[in-house]
Design a protein around this ligand. Structure first.
Ligand code: BT5
Length: 254
């Protein structure tokens, strides 16, 4: 029996936008459904978390998925949205990992990022899941500091990437993931996240709104917090800003 998909109800494509997340928010006025996808060939004001810039030249894949989840557990969408992207990258023969909370990494270099935002619109609550992947991006277009830390799928697999094929597989994988999320399969999803997360077991310094935490990343809690054991042995839970609560946090690797 063919099952109905939640994601990919409608894919709306643009040549250039400021940011697909912003475009998705604007299009809520046009009553776009859950599962609609906004895609752009390039973004002129692509955004990362905490107001950082996401370099978005032609050649990369930039999309936003519109979700209408229940608010309970919604912060886990942001953390876990890297899982379907890892699954898609695997189809292209690449074993990507996740740097907490949701950077997509290939051998220590960033190939993609995720920006989830919660939006209240006409008494409804939506989550916009923005995903940027350097599919065939020419890394020479990045400033030096970003280029040194980044990679592209094309560079890793040494062949051109068909962006439409990649997008179609990604939306299938996202649909499978989101069904599991809706079915509350959090225990297995968080376990899969942990299996892919290279942050665990590392010494790090985390700047949080409540001050600096220094220690060893030990675990991810059932609520998606990074559990850090400080040098004095004390355990601290650090939450990434969820779509409902934009906590300030960034990680500095030692
Ligand atoms: C992210 O932020 O990694 C989230 C990026 C989300 C981008 C998507 S594209 C579609 C949708 N529309 C948007 O406007 N955004 C979303 P963060 O963890 O804050 O990482 C940002 C940092 O990554 C920057 O400060 C740079 O150091 C680095 N960076 C910027 N552009 C990059 C790129 N194309 N590839 C690799 N690293 C990049």
């Amino acid at each position: 029996m063919k099952r109905n998909k939640i994601i990919q109800q409608r894919v709306i494509e643009f040549d250039a936008v400021e940011s697909t997340n912003e475009k998705a928010k604007e299009m809520l006025d046009e009553n776009i459904d859950e599962g609609s996808v906004i895609v752009a060939k390039r973004q002129v004001a692509g955004r990362g978390r905490f107001g950082r810039k996401w370099h978005s030249p032609p050649g990369g894949l930039y999309l936003s998925i519109v979700l209408k989840p229940l608010k309970k557990n919604v912060h886990l969408i942001s953390l876990l949205s890297g899982l379907p992207v890892v699954a898609t990258l695997r189809e292209w023969g690449v074993e990507a990992t996740l740097k907490w909370p949701n950077d997509l990494m290939i051998e220590g270099k960033k190939v993609g990022g995720i920006l989830c935002e919660g939006v209240h619109h006409r008494n409804e609550f939506y989550v916009i899941v923005g995903i940027g992947i350097n599919t065939s991006t020419d890394l020479r277009r990045f400033p030096d500091d970003v280029r040194l830390e980044a990679t592209s799928l094309k560079r890793e697999v040494k062949k051109d990437i068909d962006k439409n094929d990649f997008l179609s597989k990604l939306l299938d994988d996202y649909d499978s993931f989101y069904r599991r999320y809706v079915a509350c399969e959090f225990v297995s999803l968080i376990q899969e996240y942990k299996d892919r997360c290279t942050t665990l077991g590392k010494h790090l310094t985390v700047e949080t709104a409540r001050g600096r935490v220094v220690g060893m990343a030990k675990d991810i809690s059932s609520q998606g917090a990074l559990l850090i054991e400080e040098t004095d042995g004390k355990g601290v839970e650090v939450f990434e800003g969820s779509p409902l609560d934009a906590a300030v946090i960034f990680i500095v690797w030692l």
